[in-house]
Design a protein around this ligand. Structure first.
Ligand code: ADP
Ligand code: MG
Length: 281
């Protein structure tokens, strides 16, 4: 509360009026805000500079920000601008109205056709970023939002790399929230490939959309790690054979054998009913 008041005092450089807290991430808070001149709604992510302890961390963060600013895609939350005070960094982003995609899942799993619609939008966003050398590394339900027309918007592209900088050990996922979406090679603490890791998380997301529950879950954290590591999951009976086969390629524990984004584009489950190929323009 105190934090909101202090930020509100600044009124964010006289440009934005900060509103309610939308959510709390592992390293930042997100507020609703209004552009005072235009009335436009935005979301503002606030990061405390105290967490950036070395000049090289700051340089890396600046580099990531410059890449993020150049991303423009219909299924990626747009970063409008980055503002900073002595103590904080503010990421001013497009405000996405429709809430989280997974709020809809609580009303029941999706048909394969509906899941395909969202999954194709997700892959078009992921492929666009990968072709520009930007990896998400933290794809999970909280980062999949819906706009007013019911289309998907992926948030935090590039930002998780910033978060990784802040957590110098780089082990982003083990520190925050659930590891349910994390690829096995991350758990193994070996070096990993951002593109492969994103494909795995997309696989977990697709599984949840169509099955209605997580592929890897266990009341015990070590138990969950083990299942992820071994790639131990079971598809429900109702899944189509095409989807089961597709999931087995996405959730391949061997990153070298795992399906690539380019291969996803030609998979029979992915292309079903869609003649027009996706291009990462
Ligand atoms: P995390 O770090 O877990 O990804 P964030 O800090 O990014 O969480 O966001 C917290 C919550 O704020 C999200 O779960 C989402 O509901 C909301 N949120 C984030 N970005 C936006 C946005 N651009 N528009 C609307 N809501 C958002
Ligand atoms: Mg987020």
């Amino acid at each position: 509360m105190q934090d909101i008041e202090r930020v509100a005092d600044h009124a964010l450089f006289g440009k934005y009026e900060l509103g309610r807290l939308l959510g709390c991430g592992a390293f930042a808070k997100v507020y609703h805000a209004r552009n005072i001149a235009t009335g436009q709604s935005v979301a503002v992510k606030v990061i405390n500079k105290k967490k950036i302890t070395t000049p090289s961390m700051m340089n890396n963060i600046k580099r990531e920000i410059s890449i993020m600013r150049r991303l423009g895609h219909p299924h990626i939350v747009r970063l409008h601008e980055v503002l900073a005070t002595r103590t904080k960094i503010y990421f001013v982003m497009e405000f996405v109205k429709g809430g989280e995609l997974f709020a809809k899942i609580s009303k029941g799993r999706f048909s394969e056709d509906l899941a395909r619609k969202y999954f194709r939008q997700l892959i078009s966003a992921v492929g666009y970023c990968h072709s520009r050398g930007v990896f998400h590394r933290d794809l999970k339900p909280e980062n999949l939002l819906l706009d007013e027309s019911g289309n998907l918007k992926v948030s935090d592209f590039g930002l998780s790399a910033v978060a990784n900088q802040i957590r110098a050990d780089g082990m982003l996922h083990t520190l925050c929230g659930t590891p349910a979406y994390v690829a096995p090679e991350i758990l193994g603490k070996k070096g990993y490939d951002g593109a492969k890791v994103d494909v795995w998380s997309c696989g977990v997301i697709l599984f949840v959309l169509t099955a209605g529950y997580l592929p890897f879950s266990d009341p015990n954290l070590m138990g969950m790690y083990k299942k992820i590591y071994k790639g131990e999951y079971r598809c429900p009976k109702w899944m189509s054979a095409d989807l089961k086969r597709f999931l087995s390629r996405l959730l391949d524990t061997n990153p070298a054998a795992r399906i690539t984004v380019d291969e996803i584009l030609t998979d029979p489950w992915f292309t079903k009913g869609h003649k027009k190929p996706i291009r990462f323009h």
